[in-house]
Design a binder for this molecule. Structure first.
Ligand code: BEZ
Ligand code: FE
Length: 303
């Protein structure tokens, strides 16, 4: 229970009820205004949480231990704090706040840790699957602006896991380098197309404290099956997004909350020898028709 005997804010003395005011009043007038705003809001909500939870000392030290272990797990290639932000939905929230787009534009979603710059540039129609495993899939569509005009020369950078659910960089020496990665350009009609394999669901790296937290919360570590894209064109807001398969069992329970309704594609079963021949596909195959709609850059566009 809070001590209600004397709850008026009285300078620098600590007081349970007035704890937020006591702490925030210490911020000096020379502090950067944005830093002051951020820290005082965080203090307000953190104190509110502690007052609601009323942790024991043991529980508080367990929280400190968790954060310490999370830090120890971080290396140049493993960012356990971003993973924590991902599984708490904060990464998606920050991304959504910073990428509010006009109606009809392709939504953003999470970038994830497995993007690699410098993937091979291919002509349209090339096959990015270099390990010959998985269900052959043709992805094709147009890059357009919000008025439906084609965007020529847009860059479409794609990456996904292989049929075993691993990115090439997670299996160096096992998978061919740049397996299931490639960069394409839209043609004069805004069209792009490439061959790949159907993506499958896979677990996020769960051998650290964040994975243990998921387990303790009776949550699974799986991401809904997806392909990643970064689509860019001069003068337009960069799109960092995915497309998802409609039949994935984790579609509505992606562990990092990356699925938006408008990003679920239709992977159609095609049995058409002529079409297969036209695109150099084996018959039958899967077809994902997917258009990207770019919004013009505005002064408010972030990123
Ligand atoms: C990914 O989709 O590659 C990913 C996203 C967030 C955490 C881990 C992996
Ligand atoms: Fe991914």
């Amino acid at each position: 229970m809070a001590n209600t005997q004397d709850s008026a804010f009285d300078g620098g003395y600590f007081d349970e009820e007035m704890s937020v005011e006591v702490v925030n009043s210490r911020i000096g007038s020379a502090a950067d205004p944005r830093l002051k705003e951020v820290v005082s809001i965080l203090t307000k909500h953190l104190h509110a949480a502690v007052k609601e939870i009323e942790p024991t000392h043991e529980e508080w030290f367990a929280a400190i231990r968790f954060l310490t272990e999370t830090g120890h797990m971080c290396t140049d290639w493993r960012q356990e704090y971003i993973l924590l932000s991902d599984v708490l939905g904060v990464t998606m929230l920050v991304d959504s706040i910073n990428h509010r787009r006009p109606s009809g534009a392709t939504p953003n979603t999470i970038l994830g840790p497995f993007y690699v710059e410098g993937a091979p540039h291919y002509p349209n129609g090339a096959n990015i699957c270099l390990d010959q495993k998985g269900e052959p899939t043709l992805v094709r569509g147009r890059v357009m602006d919000v008025d439906g005009n084609p965007v020529e020369g847009a860059t479409i950078d794609v990456w996904q896991t292989n049929d075993d659910g691993f990115y090439d960089v997670q299996q160096k020496g096992e998978q061919p380098e740049y397996n299931l990665r490639g960069v394409f350009k839209s043609d004069a009609d805004g069209r792009y197309w490439f061959q790949t394999v159907k993506p499958r669901f896979y677990p996020i790296p769960d051998d650290g404290p964040v994975g243990k937290l998921l387990g303790d919360l009776a949550r699974h570590p799986n991401r809904a099956a997806h392909m990643h894209f970064i689509v860019t064109s001069e003068g337009y807001d960069e799109i960092i997004t995915h497309i998802f398969t409609p039949d994935c069992p984790y579609l509505k329970e992606d562990t990092v909350f990356g699925v938006k309704k408008d990003l679920v594609a239709n992977f159609q079963h095609i049995d058409d020898p002529k079409m297969a021949e036209d695109y150099g596909m084996p018959n039958p195959f899967l077809l994902a028709d997917w258009d990207f709609v770019l919004a013009r850059k505005t002064p408010a566009s972030n990123g």
